[in-house]
Design a protein around this ligand. Structure first.
Ligand SMILES: [Mg+2]
Length: 210
């Protein structure tokens, strides 16, 4: 049996807009189904209703589309993400994908991960924004439950998750630069990276086998 200290601490990797180009995919959905054209660089808020100029009903419709397997499996990978994770996994890192998608998207999410050959040990669903109803969305971890898990490094694009990871969970955190997080002041323990080539240079000290 291995000594506990030789087991690497997992790396937290967000799914949407970190591993796959979700916002760009949703722009196409909005164009097709709502007849509205939006530029990626104009998505200035993490609040989709605000960013896309949708009312409550339109947002609900968009989320219905967004959680269907056809849409979820069609998102393109973010450049460099899969290659970097394969490299890290090959060097002994443990990859845990931590998503704010509802658990009912599990099959489509796994299909996407398998299609692109993403190496991962766990796919964890977390109610990151306090929006889920268990009977509708399935059972997800709470933020409190997430905070009990150990991570050596975390990569997310959502400003409030980056703050939670760094300030509440004390995890070294990368915020992948996206138009909706550009106005956010980062605390000292959050690093803004502009692409996966930059993220690839980070070597979480305890995230790899010695
Ligand atoms: Mg995300």
């Amino acid at each position: 049996m291995k000594e506990l200290s030789t087991i690497p601490v997992p790396v937290y990797v967000d799914f949407d807009d970190v591993l796959c180009e979700t916002a760009r995919g949703l722009i196409d959905v909005i164009d097709e189904h709502f007849g509205r054209s939006i530029e990626f660089e104009d998505i200035h808020s993490f609040d989709l209703a605000l960013s896309f100029g949708l009312d409550e009903h339109e947002l609900a419709r968009l989320m219905e589309f967004a959680h269907t397997a056809d849409i979820l499996t069609a998102f393109a990978p973010v450049k460099g993400a899969v290659e970097t994770l394969r490299d890290w996994a090959g060097r002994g890192a443990r990859i845990w994908i931590v998503t704010g998608r509802p658990p009912l998207t599990e099959d489509a999410s796994v299909e996407w991960l398998q299609r692109y050959g993403v190496p991962y040990e766990r796919l964890i669903f977390v109610d990151k924004y306090g929006r889920f109803k268990a009977d509708v969305h399935g059972a997800a971890l709470t933020l409190d439950e997430l905070s009990q898990l150990p991570f050596s490094l975390a990569i997310d694009d959502a400003p409030q998750m980056a703050l939670y990871l760094s300030e509440t969970m004390h995890v070294e955190t990368v915020m992948l630069d996206r138009p909706w997080n550009r106005g956010i002041q980062l605390s000292g323990s959050v690093t803004r990276c502009f692409n996966w080539a930059e993220i690839a240079l980070l070597l979480p000290s305890s995230g790899f086998m010695a």
